[in-house]
Design a binder for this molecule. Structure first.
Ligand code: SAH
Length: 397
């Protein structure tokens, strides 16, 4: 057996690892073996040679994503233990039950598995690797999943990483099944509502599981309101608003495919539904032409405007502009659900952008709720960057 390759850090660059932060930045690396390949498992030691952690090596600003702070072997048993911890927590929280079979099983660093996302939709697990190391571990992960989850609950495993790896993974959507697949039933139940999940071609793993609790809150505020769901994707918030007794629901997304599925999802739950209309359109353009005071519950859930630190300022301008447009149009007494899912933008920065929009709009704005991601997207306390979803619910006078 060959020894695990070793990375030596510069003096004093061991501090964040000693506080269990799971990333080693490339600037901290003093020495690494010449033959090291992206995805290799490495031991990280301090300048003085003290063991710090073991993780996946990668090329880019993050050089190592730490999998364990113990000097242990990263093998199928390691993955089985981490997956078992993750699954037990979801079961203990009561997240998997007859009225809800949709949840995130693995949330990267939050579950001690940096670079890995697994979402469960009924008896299908959708696995997404964000690092070469996790890509190379996919078969071990499959074995571990099969050991941890009972066979009747895990019938299909779909591997969806063609858009999340640093190289072009040679996997066509149809070849993505690591397990099952023949009659995979692409529906999931969330809080008693049914959704068609397109894990083959849809965005992320096919659905935005992270809005589950926030959709429920929206439902409770929907009665008799005229709802506008901007950036609706497959209509998650729209379906909840309809169940909540909304007077009307308009769903808008620039993706025609998403809008089509949003319509299907409405039909799946309510049949022909005259209260709902969906538009494939740019949300900014839609807001611009919207007659004022024709909507009294609005959702703004755009894609991440900043994907890296260099984009923060432009993104904050984008959030300000979008929220201003919404505040200018919402009816008096209206409620605005506004979100940012940019990991690099803090809660405070987002709130400041919305504050600026409110100041310019001249409206009275009260914060009713401050929202975040649900409990199946846990934040590793040593890795605050894992808290990526921020939302505000505003009452607009
Ligand atoms: N709220 C959704 C998730 C939104 S994801 C849910 O609960 O499922 C962001 C969505 O914004 C994507 O569906 C994407 O197609 C859409 N989008 C991106 N840019 C847009 C634009 N300029 N106008 C309208 N929709 C846009």
């Amino acid at each position: 057996m060959t020894a695990m390759p070793q990375i030596i850090l510069h003096p004093k660059k061991d501090e964040s690892l000693k506080r269990f932060h799971p990333w080693v930045f490339s600037g901290a690396v003093a020495q690494k073996p010449d033959h090291l390949r992206e995805g290799d498992i490495v031991r990280v030691v301090s300048h003085e040679g003290a063991f710090l952690g073991v993780g996946h090596f990668q090329i880019g600003s993050i050089a190592v994503r730490i999998l364990s702070f113990s000097d242990e072997t990263i093998d199928a048993r390691f993955f089985e233990k981490r997956l078992s911890d993750a699954y037990s927590m979801r079961l203990a929280l009561g997240l998997v039950n007859p009225s809800n079979n949709t949840c995130r099983l693995v949330h990267g660093e939050g579950d001690g598995l940096p670079g890995l996302i697994i979402d469960m939709y009924g008896n299908t697990a959708v696995v997404q690797a964000h690092s070469v190391g996790m890509h190379e571990a996919r078969w071990q992960l499959l074995d571990a999943l099969r050991k941890v989850i009972p066979a009747d609950t895990l019938q299909n495993v779909y591997y969806k990483s063609e858009g999340t790896l640093p190289f072009k993974a040679d996997i066509s959507p149809e070849d993505g099944y690591l397990l099952g697949g023949k009659n995979a039933d692409a529906f999931a139940v969330e809080n008693g509502l049914k959704f068609h999940i397109d894990w083959l071609k849809g965005q992320k793993t096919g659905f935005f599981v992270d809005q589950r609790n926030n959709r429920r809150l929206l439902e409770s505020l929907s009665s008799n309101r005229r709802v506008l769901n901007l950036f609706c994707y497959t209509g998650g918030f729209s379906v909840y608003a309809l169940r909540g007794g909304a007077q009307s629901v308009h769903s808008v997304d620039s993706s025609a495919k998403a809008v089509m599925i949003a319509e299907e999802n409405v039909k799946l739950n309510f049949g022909e539904e005259p209260r709902h209309a969906a538009y494939a359109e740019d949300a900014f353009r839609y807001l611009k032409q919207l007659a004022p005071a024709t909507c009294d519950l609005m959702i703004l859930d755009p894609p991440a405007f900043a994907k890296h630190r260099g984009a923060i300022n432009n993104a904050l301008q984008g959030y300000k502009k979008l929220n201003l447009a919404a505040l200018q149009k919402i009816a008096p007494g209206g409620i605005l659900f506004t979100f940012s899912c940019s990991q690099v933008i803090s809660k405070e920065q987002f709130r400041l952008a919305v504050f600026s929009a409110a100041a310019i709009s001249g409206r009275q704005v009260k914060i009713l709720h401050q929202l975040t991601q649900p409990e199946d997207h846990p934040v590793n306390i040593f890795h605050p960057e894992g808290e990526y979803l921020k939302g505000l619910v505003l009452y607009v006078e």
